[in-house]
Design a binder for this molecule. Sequence first.
Ligand code: AHR
Length: 492
Amino acid sequence: MVQVSVRSQASKGTINKNIYGHFSEHLGRCIYEGIWVGHDSPIPNTEGMRNDVLEALRELKVPVLRWPGGCFADEYHWRDGIGPAEQRPRMINTHWGGVVENNHFGTHEFFRLCELIGAEPYINGNLGSGTVHEMQQWVEYMTFDGESPMANERRANGKEEPWKLKYFGVGNENWGCGGNMRPEYYADEYRRYATYVRNYGDNKLTKIACGPNSHDYEWTEVLMRNAGKYMDALTLHYYTLPTGDWKSKGSATDFDVAAWFTTLRRTLEMETLIEKHSAIMDKYDPEKRVGLYVDEWGTWYDVEPGTNPGFLYQQNTMRDALVAGINLNLFNNHCDRVTMSNIAQIVNVLQAMILTEGDQLVLTPTYHVFHMYQVHQDARHVALEFTSPDYTFGAERIPQLSLSASIDSTDALNISICNLHHEDAATITIDLEDNNRTTVSGSVLSHNALQGHNSFEQPEAVKPQAFTDAKLENGKLSLTVPAASVLVLKLQ
Ligand code: AHR
């Protein structure tokens, strides 16, 4: 029996809803087919964007959406994506499959997408192969409301008023696909580019610097030391590969218990990364003014057999549900520094929310976890005290349980629980501190196979079920958490 105590006075503050953010890149079938089908498509659409995907994303309450990349961002020249669609240049998407990019989805379409799903736009600028002038002009085009060449061009393209833009990234993975830079060089470049990323009128940008690749603590040190005071946020990218080997990552659906275990073990490394990068940030920014944005995370497997290797299309099982639940619990529990995260990616790429095929759509187990965890968006974090039993496999052990909790604006206490063990249930008692809460409800995501997933033939094989097995008595909650499951409880 595991004893958990709610410590409502020990809080890390508000869980920024942007922790539940998403990422959409011009990669494979994410933008094209996944979101954009064009005005003339037989697939029902709103201004070129497919209605079924829009509806599913609205339902998900996407707080913020990052675009246009990724590696694509540092090769993207925004002027190619404005003006009459038929006149937009075609280019090669060199990073992702070498396919033709017709630029039919550009700045105006992205902002419209955000409006349609109710998300804040997060635009990632091109530092790797673009110029300072180009970046400065893009910001002017989007946000200037006066008389200027860029603002006038925007008006000529049909948008009279400027858009509101809060989040702007100054480069992506500049230690890799964004220019192979050294941290000292990027820190200087960041300072130069960020100078011209201006706030026009009352539009106030959060300037986001490219942060480290997973364990690269030197990058964080140099960036914070040399450019910390010029940024509002620093990014962190970390992907979960079952094998840890980029050449042979492992299958999304054809895996054994050993791969289940190592995938979850590698996911838990996110906690070390957050703690160590945060400790460096604390040295230079003790007030925690600069947010740590985990703006790329999730599972990365070998692509589905027979699909374009450059398209990063993969299935999504109960294992992905656990990876999502664990990471979101970690972000909730570190919400004093982690103020945004963007899982990669929203449709048809990597650990996607949605998979599409022609006019068909499937919601993945990861989608369901994000849906269940919505309750934490902008809620007040609450600490939980407990010692997790070990989950042992071979010579290795990891905690069996991952938990986080928050109190929402209606004063409901929401607790999310992941049981990582592939076959053992966990019996737990939660001491709620007081007797004020009298009802408990919940939903659980589980399946009889670890490899359980939704396909176009069986789109509802994995979906949340009501959880009715929790007993609440005298301020104590008792329940058994099924093996390999994600559970969210509401106490009122
Ligand atoms: O999400 C896929 C790719 O992963 C992104 O384009 C890049 O930033 C990262 O390496």
